[in-house]
Write a protein of this length. Sequence first.
Length: 310
Amino acid sequence: MAEPEKRRDIWEKVALVFQAGGGIITAVTVAVIGLIGSNYLKERELADTQSRERMQAAESNVRVYTELMSKREEAESSLRKDMFVSIIQSFLSPRSGSLDEKVLNLELLAYNFHESLNLKPLFIYLERQIKRSGGPEKTELEERLVSVAREITHKQMLVLEGAGAKADRIVDLTELKKTPGGIVLDEVTLKFDDHPRHFSIVALQADMKTHELKVRLEVRSVVDSTQTAEMNAVEFWVGPFDFPMIDNTRLSNDQRCAIVLNAFDTESADITLVFFPGAYASLKEKPYYQEVVANLMKTNEQMRARLEKK
């Protein structure tokens, strides 16, 4: 009987050791988990603090940048206002300056305000004065006048082409002289923002003295689900001093189209038709109230459709 009792005592001692060890392991585990949890919370709190500091710094930078840009725009607007008043007064002043000064002032106006002012009357006025002058600098002044007009047209066309669509056409002026009813150019279909329109151009008459071309522009489009065709037809003269942001035709859905005269000689005329959003027209061309409401409704419908897809 002694031997079994000894074995039982040994197993009881072993069991006690394991029980004591299990308690130690549990205590160590709890301590380690507590330490890890404490470190995690500290790191999380530190990360949240750093995140808030970064957000505050970003908001502060945005606020400072906005204030700087606002002050810069105010200063630029004030400078442009003073420049505009000074240049306009030079044209309206009773004291007549030289043609060179007038051309310079027109260049300043054109390069700085071509998106908001209709400068065609000033171009025509100076062109007539230069032609009547007959001085030795006549040719140079005429070239400067045409050069600045072409450069402004090119700048505006780059903007409008990027936002819309265009088509180039060549008018045979020799054939136009033989055709009293005018020459019908190839019809073109232009599209942007899911609004295709069909454009037809008829060259009616050419003025060799002023380098202008009289055209009739017909625009057809589908405006609703019933396939009802909208038709616009206008006749006008287009010359070297017609700028597309200013001299354009208003269409429905706050859209515009314009014809630009790129080149004109005794045999042909190079023209470009550009179709673009009304938002890119000159600052004086404000959208109608109905167009603004229609655009807002369309935007809301598009946003609702995107949300439904998600």
